[in-house]
Design a protein around this ligand. Structure first.
Ligand SMILES: Cc1cc2nc3c(=O)[nH]c(=O)nc-3n(C[C@H](O)[C@H](O)[C@H](O)COP(=O)(O)OP(=O)(O)OC[C@H]3O[C@@H](n4cnc5c(N)ncnc54)[C@H](O)[C@@H]3O)c2cc1C
Length: 394
């Protein structure tokens, strides 16, 4: 039942029992999850059937052809790409049952409370504190920043310091934080595009039950690494058709604007087209190697390539469009139904792509990861590894 033929017959049975034309969207998505056709590589009972990840395409094609709704993956990208694989890997059975279904269906949006004003690339230096409450739960105080979608989120993946007396990587614990807690305050941050896609988040006396701790006390860094490795794959490794992603619009502009063509622009377009295609096919191969929950550091390479290509391709498109290139008037990303930015004007995409080499780990930091964990080069000197976090100069 977990080969292509088995999945196809399972998909047809789902469509027969819940015809998309007459079934409520959310009901259809719940039925799809329960049929194990949400993410086929997840275990049975959790939206999958333990099939090879590559067979998801068989299910998706059949559902698309039948006009079935999707779960709006761009809107819930942080949940799908980062929270879910981490919960799958480290969650208790109860946590998996409670969180994965509403996450996949899109009823509950997730955000990521990792970065802080003093802890971005050096994330393990974070200062948000979680202390044990009398009832066995936790009380969290601190400030997070650059939190995409916090204004839409029902839940957050959160890392906080539980033992300042230990070296920085050891005293961190990972939590699932209820964004409706009265101690959570979300303030929008306006970015270079003019929009406020992300936020600063102030946590004041936020209560988290111990049942919402993910992984062991003090094991938060290990758990967070799973999230970060999945984040890179999720940012840089989207499944795309040929000429999908940023290269599509620039190729269209090239075809529609013969008057803008020059020899130099032609050369650049061809080079970028080939590089985008190589990145797309490499991503496809990488995705096929992934097992649920735990991608390797190769995702860092994909994310590096994605950031550079997006910036170069969108820059070329702005040049091709000349004076109109940077004009755009649609600053609506904060509206919940418009969190996607790939279909926006060239000028918007050009400015937004500047963030691609920062979000999910800067390109410089990812180069370090590729050097150390893929190529096996010597590690950067670190003099703070064995010092208690409270004694570090900050
Ligand atoms: C669009 C966008 C969305 C984001 N969404 C989220 C989110 O939802 N949740 C969240 O938690 N965070 C989010 N972030 C934050 C992001 O993860 C951080 O901005 C990023 O990790 C860099 O941290 P920093 O901004 O503190 O920069 P810093 O760490 O201060 O880096 C400054 C500069 O120093 C360089 N640098 C730092 N260390 C090294 C090193 N060891 N070797 C070489 N160079 C180095 C960096 O590459 C960079 O150029 C988002 C950021 C952006 C731009």
């Amino acid at each position: 039942m977990t080969d292509a033929a088995g999945l196809l017959s399972r998909t047809r049975a789902l469509l027969a029992a819940h015809p998309p034309a007459t079934t409520d969207r959310t009901d259809f998505l719940k039925a799809r999850f329960d049929a194990g056709l949400a993410w086929v590589h997840y275990p049975a009972g959790l939206g999958g059937v333990g099939a090879p990840r590559s067979l998801q395409a068989v299910v998706d094609a059949e559902l698309t052809a039948a006009g079935a709704p999707d779960n709006d993956p761009r809107r819930i990208g942080i949940g799908l790409g980062m929270a879910a694989p981490t919960i799958l890997r480290y969650g208790t059975d109860e946590q998996k049952r409670r969180f994965l279904r509403p996450l996949w269906v899109g009823e509950e949006v997730w955000c990521q409370l990792f970065s802080e004003p003093g802890a971005g690339s050096d994330l393990a230096a974070l200062a948000t504190r979680a202390v044990r409450a009398e009832d066995g739960g936790w009380i969290v105080d601190g400030q997070k920043v650059w939190t995409s979608s916090a204004h839409l989120a029902r839940w957050a993946i959160l890392i906080a310091r539980t033992d300042p007396g230990l070296p920085k990587h050891l005293g961190i614990t990972y939590f699932l934080c209820d964004m409706t807690d009265p101690g959570v305050e979300v303030r929008p941050l306006r970015q270079i595009t003019g929009e406020a896609e992300f936020n600063e988040v102030f946590l004041t006396g936020v209560r988290i039950p111990d049942a919402h701790r993910l992984g062991g006390i003090g094991e938060g860094w290990k758990v967070a690494r799973t999230t970060l490795m999945n984040e890179r794959v999720s940012i840089g490794g989207a499944r795309l058709p040929r000429e999908g992603g940023m290269i599509g619009p620039v190729a269209r502009t090239w075809r529609e604007r013969p008057e803008a063509r020059t020899h130099d622009l032609h050369q650049r377009l061809l080079t970028l087209w080939v590089e985008a295609e190589v990145a797309r096919l490499t991503g496809e191969r990488l995705r096929q190697q992934l097992v649920a929950g735990e991608p390797g550091p190769e995702g860092a390479g994909m994310k590096l390539a994605f950031a550079r290509l997006n910036q170069e391709i969108s820059g070329l498109e702005v040049e091709l469009l000349g004076d109109e290139g940077l004009l755009y008037a649609d600053w609506t990303l904060r509206r919940p139904e418009l969190v996607d930015f790939t279909g926006r004007d060239a000028g918007f995409r050009y400015l937004r792509s500047k963030g691609n080499s920062i979000e999910g780990g800067t390109s410089e930091v990812l180069l370090n990861i590729v050097a150390e964990r893929v190529l096996g080069l010597p590690v950067e000197p670190r003099n703070d590894k064995d010092v208690a976090w409270k004694d570090l100069a900050r």
